[in-house]
Design a protein around this ligand. Structure first.
Ligand code: B12
Length: 276
């Protein structure tokens, strides 16, 4: 791996870091924080006292309600401002490595696929369940791309089938089989009642059942990739997928991962080694 490729590695030397820190509200180190939440009660004095009780139980002492507003007859929204007593050992924090694979250029991605696969890589993408938020998956797949990077469709060597929104698991498995998909990319943005977790697990289970052989270009199960802004509480193992991508993901990160995971024999420094 090229050292400069690690996305979130903190390059600040530990001796340059403050060791113990507190939140900053009005003045440095005053430990003041602001918190917003809603309670299922009508607005009023009792509701504000309930909000303060919650703040106290969360360790905000003293605290004050700086804003409260009725949201319909039986709900109230609050902003509470208060002091916390907790300290953070900033220098002691261990920052995980971001990416376990190198970030490739567009040319390197196409070259890798052409050299090792000798055909186009087939990627099937969809928003599954009732989710209609297509902006995220389109940002990864469509030519237009995201954050100044072109989407996967831009690559000559990647064939993209974007099935759009509200695709059922059955439709997705059927299409992946029909297209001989190398990778299946699923987006889940709605997280109400953990729909994103249930839907992704259901999708993964269906692919594991439909494909008896392990991941492998043209023969086994397609690589399963889940993406969305709120997957940070679960692991790949829990969902049954090969990789999760979170908020801020760019198409190049995904394309580089596809090369890393599906064409492991290819290395950007010496592409000839991967030829077969
Ligand atoms: C635009 C939008 C809509 C549009 C969607 C239009 C469309 N064609 O996509 C419309 C108006 C249709 C809509 C409807 C609804 N929405 Co809406 N919507 C949003 C909004 C404002 C922006 C989402 C967005 O486009 N983000 C920009 C993209 C680029 O970011 P992203 O999705 O995170 O994607 C990035 C990464 O996560 C990742 N990624 C995402 N998917 C994938 C997939 C793969 C394979 C990979 C590798 C990476 C990846 O890469 C992307 C680029 O970095 C959000 C609030 C917000 N600010 O996020 C609410 C929000 C998502 N919506 C919400 C809700 C509740 C709804 C509705 C239920 C509202 C209603 N009562 O009708 C409906 C649901 C419709 C449905 N059936 O799904 C809630 C969800 C809350 C929750 N906990 O689930 C949010 C968070 C708003 C809120 N705060 O309440 N919505």
């Amino acid at each position: 791996m090229r050292p400069q490729d690690s996305a979130t590695t903190d390059r600040t030397a530990p001796q340059d870091l403050p060791s113990i820190i507190r939140p900053y509200g009005d003045t440095t180190g005053d430990a003041m924080v602001q918190l917003s939440f809603s309670l299922p009660v009508p607005a009023g004095k009792r509701a504000e006292l309930a909000a303060l009780q919650l703040a106290g139980k969360m360790g905000l002492e003293p605290a004050s309600v700086v804003h409260s507003k009725a949201m319909g007859p039986n709900f109230t929204f609050f902003i509470v401002y208060g002091k916390v007593n907790h300290l953070i050992d900033y220098a002691g924090i261990e920052v995980p490595e971001g990416r376990e694979y190198p970030l490739l250029s567009g040319k390197e991605i196409d070259l890798a696929i052409r050299t090792v696969l000798s055909r186009r890589m087939v990627v099937v993408g969809a928003c599954i369940g009732t989710d209609a938020h297509t902006v995220g998956i389109d940002a990864i797949l469509n030519v237009k791309g995201f954050a100044g990077e072109k989407g996967l469709e831009y690559h000559r060597e990647i064939q993209v089938i974007n099935m759009g929104a509200q695709v059922t698991v059955e439709e997705l498995v059927e299409r992946a089989k029909a297209e001989n998909a190398d990778a299946v990319l699923v987006s889940q943005v709605v997280t109400q009642k953990n729909a994103h977790i249930h839907n992704t697990k259901q999708m993964a289970a269906a692919f594991h059942a439909a494909y008896p052989t392990a991941v492998g270009p043209g023969m086994g199960r397609p690589l399963l990739i889940a993406g969305g802004p709120r997957f940070d509480t679960v692991t790949e193992q829990e969902l049954g997928v090969d990789r999760i991508f979170g908020k801020g993901t760019t198409p190049r990160e995904v394309a580089s991962y596809l090369v890393h995971a599906l064409l492991p024999s290819w290395t950007p420094e010496n592409p000839a080694e991967g030829e077969r």
